[in-house]
Design a protein around this ligand. Structure first.
Ligand code: NDP
Length: 284
């Protein structure tokens, strides 16, 4: 018998906790503020930015939105990031990815002050994650860890397989699981025996970006399945990387798409904004 881990439910709990923290900060005259930069008109990015704005409203966090045209010059974007870096009333800065091709993503992300880097993409924050001593955690992996904690799923000694090795999801996910004493394997497009590796997993995290990549024959009975993938199908519906209907029968826990990891990513962003606010105001 499987249980669906509802990202909606867990994220509500996180956002309520954040709202309480916001109230407390405001009582002390501190108003947390998140600035979001969106360059271009990618529809998926627009949806993500809108969801982030709604979450800020829910939590009482002031949100600033900077929408720049796709043809924005790198100097203009850099100027905006620097302005926000120097603005004491802004606690968190997020640049929605992907950026248009002519802009150097790495350069822009590295420019965000580490203490305002609520996505935790800056090399300084990535380094902190590697050594297990961090202020911010990347939103998606941290949201997944929160879901696992919420369901009392202990990773100690478990075989965890992460499919995907991106800097945003796969790599930091593996680090966080390692910190919880799991034995972690990372698979990617060059992995030779991927099916067998995944079949040995107690916990599977799929972050591939391919619909129905994880099939039931790859799932051990009782495995926990976390589906990070967001794939837009021809009929406009969203689907994850896991063949949910078939895999759920073998799983002990499974996350749906939509309503799984996605809302957790945003809830963690809210939490990171509060952490940033506390650090900047000496209230850790
Ligand atoms: P990337 O495209 O950066 O990484 C995908 C990874 O999957 C790569 O490491 C790639 O391997 C691997 N991969 C691709 N094809 C195969 C294959 N056939 N076999 C094995 N591995 C393969 O994606 P992201 O990590 O940014 O995102 C992954 C998915 O998660 C996407 O669908 C994205 O939309 C979604 N996402 C969802 C979020 C949420 O909040 N729910 C947040 C962020 C992402 P290699 O490195 O060798 O190329």
């Amino acid at each position: 018998m499987y249980k669906i881990i509802s990202g909606k439910e867990v994220s509500e709990a996180v956002k309520l906790r954040v709202s309480d923290e916001v109230k407390e900060l405001k009582e002390n005259g501190i108003e947390p503020c998140l600035a979001v930069i969106l360059v271009g008109d990618d529809p998926a990015s627009r949806v993500y930015v809108n969801n982030k704005k709604k979450a800020c409203e829910f939590c009482g966090i002031r949100s600033l939105e900077y929408v720049l045209p796709a043809e924005t010059k790198e100097e203009e974007l850099i100027e905006l990031v620097e302005k926000l870096n120097n603005d004491k009333s802004v606690n968190g800065i997020l640049c929605q990815l992907p950026l248009p091709k002519h802009l150097d993503e790495k350069k822009v992300l590295n420019l965000i002050k580490p203490e305002k880097d609520v996505d935790a993409f800056h090399p300084e924050n990535v380094g902190h994650i590697m050594i297990g001593d961090f202020n911010f955690l990347p939103c998606t992996p941290a949201g997944i860890m929160e879901m696992l904690r919420y369901e009392n799923i202990d990773l100690d000694g478990k075989n965890c397989v992460v499919i995907g090795r991106s800097n945003i999801v796969g790599k930091p996910m593996a680090m966080l699981m390692l910190k919880e004493n799991a034995t972690v394997t990372i698979c990617h497009s060059r992995t030779k025996n991927l099916k067998e590796v995944v079949a040995g997993a107690d916990v599977i995290v799929a972050a591939v970006g391919r619909p129905n990549f994880v099939t039931a024959d790859m799932v051990k009975d009782g495995a926990v399945i976390i589906d990070v993938g967001i794939n837009r199908m021809d009929d406009g519906k969203l689907c994850g990387d896991v063949d949910f209907e078939a895999c759920k029968e073998k799983a002990s826990y499974i996350t749906p798409v939509p309503g799984g990891v996605g809302p957790m990513t945003i809830a963690t962003l809210m939490q990171n904004t509060i952490t940033a606010t506390r650090i900047q105001n000496g209230k850790e």
